[in-house]
Design a protein around this ligand. Structure first.
Ligand SMILES: O=C([C@H](O)CO)[C@H](O)[C@H](O)COP(=O)(O)O
Length: 442
């Protein structure tokens, strides 16, 4: 769909779309540094994000105001009660705009507005979590708020929700300027502007990048170009997106995203330097038997990883011929809680196998066991269809119903690490960057 310029006609004036960079960080010194870098890249407004405000209080707003005297500072208070008190607090700390939640009672919104008029700040109402965002945005406009923010929160993004999907409905409902937030990058910023949003709020895709200035500039330029209209991209299927991400992130990223769980024990790459990503075909077999392991190859394709519980470190259930057969069929890889043999042949084939041990001795094809039943492999339950990712750090199992979510969360872990790495490269130690002492459990 081609979108056209409709929106930035506010009160008859063409206003340049605003780039707001949201600082959802825990450390104030890092937030200020990132704010300065984002401003250099063209950020118009700087937001003290809710996590930063929770971590540092109103000092977050004070320090940003001090560091960026000419910029508009937005305090993302996410107020739901005591509207007046929270607006006063933020205004006195130096905020120009205060964000409150649309799910607040009207009495809270009205009192926040009275305080805003008194202290000379503006109110943006965030539709995050509103059961009926269209109706609520109409009500908010009637109450007199200054901006509406179409927002899909970070946790909602992880399960596939997108702000852009209901932006048009809100743009068609209210006349006040509309902001859009939630996982926005340069491409979606352009789409939002072309649809008619006036303000684009960008968090992680800028603040967690190693080069914040360049990333902000990229969004800024995409927004400016989009004023001539852009093609809206077709959305990939969630499965496609998920597998793409799993190919990019590491098993440590995934395990971190699973709250440090999901890693198999004692199952390691026997042919390092290779990555596997696929849906599990499971095999339960027994010491001295390799029939079911090999029969599973006939059911597998490139989108699969064969996951075998053999349980013996001393008799192998897999070797060179099985590997050759898998390679011919393009099967994604093999993971074995048990032993393999023919390592030299497997290495020569460059095929990814993860196993617990290597031994020359094989079993016989007796035909015991089962294919595609729930098994335990590397100490973890694996069901057919669960997602398996393996690399040089080991193998992780992602429950099939959480595949998309975990892929998105792992991507966030990867982004955070890339910014931390950059700060280490600039000369700070990891414990300084992570502020370990401050965040030790008290
Ligand atoms: O408001 C936000 C969120 O609720 C956490 O406070 C974010 O600032 C907003 O979603 C923008 O961040 P990204 O989604 O990372 O772009």
């Amino acid at each position: 769909m081609v979108c056209s310029l409709t929106a930035w006609l506010y009160g008859g004036d063409l206003i340049k779309p605003i780039l707001q960079v949201a600082l959802d960080l825990l450390e104030l010194d890092r937030a200020v540094q990132i704010a300065l870098e984002a401003s250099d890249g063209g950020a118009d407004w700087i937001e003290a994000g809710t996590p930063l405000i929770k971590s540092e209080g109103m000092d977050a707003v004070r320090e940003l105001r001090k560091a960026l005297p000419g910029k508009k500072i937005v305090a993302d208070m996410k107020t739901v009660d005591t509207g007046s008190m929270e607006v006063e607090m933020a205004a006195k700390a130096g905020a120009n705009i205060v964000a409150i939640l649309a799910s607040s009672d009207d009495s809270t919104v009205s009192d926040a507005l009275r305080a805003a008029r008194k202290y000379g700040v503006e109110i943006v109402v965030d539709l995050l979590g509103s059961p009926d965002p269209v109706e609520r945005s109409r009500e908010m406009e009637a109450l007199g708020v200054d901006y509406i923010c179409v927002h899909v929160g970070i946790d909602q993004q992880m399960i596939g929700q997108r702000a852009i999907d209901f932006l048009d409905d809100i743009l068609g409902t209210v006349k006040i300027p509309v902001a859009v937030a939630g996982g926005i990058d340069a491409s979606s910023a352009a789409e939002a502007i072309a649809s008619g949003a006036s303000i684009v709020i960008v968090g992680g895709s800028v603040t967690r990048s190693p080069d914040v200035t360049a990333s902000s500039r990229k969004v800024r330029e995409a927004m400016d170009r989009a004023m001539g209209g852009v093609n809206r991209r077709e959305r990939k299927s969630m499965d496609e997106e998920m597998f793409e991400i799993f190919k990019e992130v590491s098993t440590p990223n995934i395990s971190d995203a699973m709250h440090r769980k999901g890693a198999m024990r004692d199952v390691l790459p026997i042919n390092p330097g290779q990555k596997i990503v696929g849906r599990a075909i499971t095999v339960q077999t027994f010491e001295g038997d390799w029939a079911k392991s090999v029969e599973a190859i006939d059911l597998a394709g490139p989108e699969n990883v064969i996951v075998i519980y053999n349980g013996s470190r001393y008799v192998s259930c897999w070797g060179g011929l099985a590997t050759q057969s898998c390679k011919m069929k393009g099967v994604g890889g093999v993971v074995i809680d048990g032993a393999v043999r023919d390592l030299d042949e497997i290495r020569e084939m460059g095929y990814p196998i993860f196993a617990s041990s290597i031994t020359p001795m094989a079993g016989e094809p007796k035909g015991m066991g089962e294919i595609n039943a729930e098994i335990t492999c590397g100490g973890l339950a694996v069901r057919p269809g669960d997602i398996i990712v393996g690399d040089d750090s080991g193998v992780v199992v992602i429950p099939r119903e959480r595949g998309y979510e975990i892929s998105r969360r792992a991507k966030e872990v990867e982004k955070t690490e890339s910014r931390l790495r950059e700060e280490i490269l600039r000369g700070r130690t990891l414990s300084e960057v992570a502020n370990l002492k401050k965040w030790e459990k008290k």
